[in-house]
Design a protein around this ligand. Sequence first.
Ligand code: AMP
Length: 307
Amino acid sequence: MSLVVVGSMAFDAIETPFGKSDRIIGGAATYIAWSASNFATPIKQLSVVGGDFPKEELQMLEARGVVTDGVEIKENEKSFFWSGRYHLDMNTRDTLDTQLNVLANFNPVVPDSYQDCEFLMLGNLVPAVQNAVIDQMKKKPKLVVLDTMNFWMETAMEDLEKVLSKVDVLMVNDSEARQLSAQYSLVKAAKVIMNMGPKYLIIKKGEHGALLFHEDQVFFAPALPLEDVFDPTGAGDTFAGGFIGHIAKTKDISFENMKTAIIVGSAMASFCVEKFGTTRLKEISKADIDARIQQFVQLVNFDIELV
Ligand code: AMP
């Protein structure tokens, strides 16, 4: 049984108030795999890259238990490229450039060896491609999680609606939840979105934490107040990796366990933002992760006596 991760593997160019990167390795599925591989392996990666994508990056993932048989390499084409600039608050950013390149005609073929998929993490990608992956799964996975973004709401809403009707968990940020539901209140937005298909909804609020909704229940996970936030790129994907990694490790898809999973996701995201790109995720150890999760426990732990 395995965890299948689908999404972009890319080059990014990032500008933050603290610095500027050249073309560095990024992509939703890259961050998800680096994060999730701390908890559950094997991870079966499904993506597409151009001939320009460094082979060593794939080898580093393989060394961590990420299977890359499903990463198609189009030697004569260029990898997906994304560029963004963060505002001073680091919570908002402008996309400066999106070059789909290999993603434009990506026709994913799920290898037979991926058909044992128990947990399917559909990272940010063209909704029609996310849909095609679900449709190729011969057996319905135990849990299907979807991440998406405003770009697809604006350019592929019909396909997005189709895929939403087939997933169990949706992850979006607060502005995307408002855009998708046409509701300002996040509680009302959650109701509208859960009527579109997902039974669980995770709304990420950057440095203000994340909310988990299911039926009439809601749970809040804070973000760790950090002294330095260097680059928030990939924080959402890293969060997704921690979430699905914990679920795949424990094989428990209850609401109670999802609460723990969003704490794990938040802890992983807190590492991601400390350095540019995937740098920090490549450095951290199991002991670092355990210590960070413990900091979350301290952050929200209090006694109260009701009078
Ligand atoms: P996040 O900061 O978690 O939203 O994720 C940023 C990552 O998503 C970057 O590494 C980009 O390469 C990737 N990305 C940005 N736009 C898209 C898109 N339209 N489709 C797929 N991946 C994207």
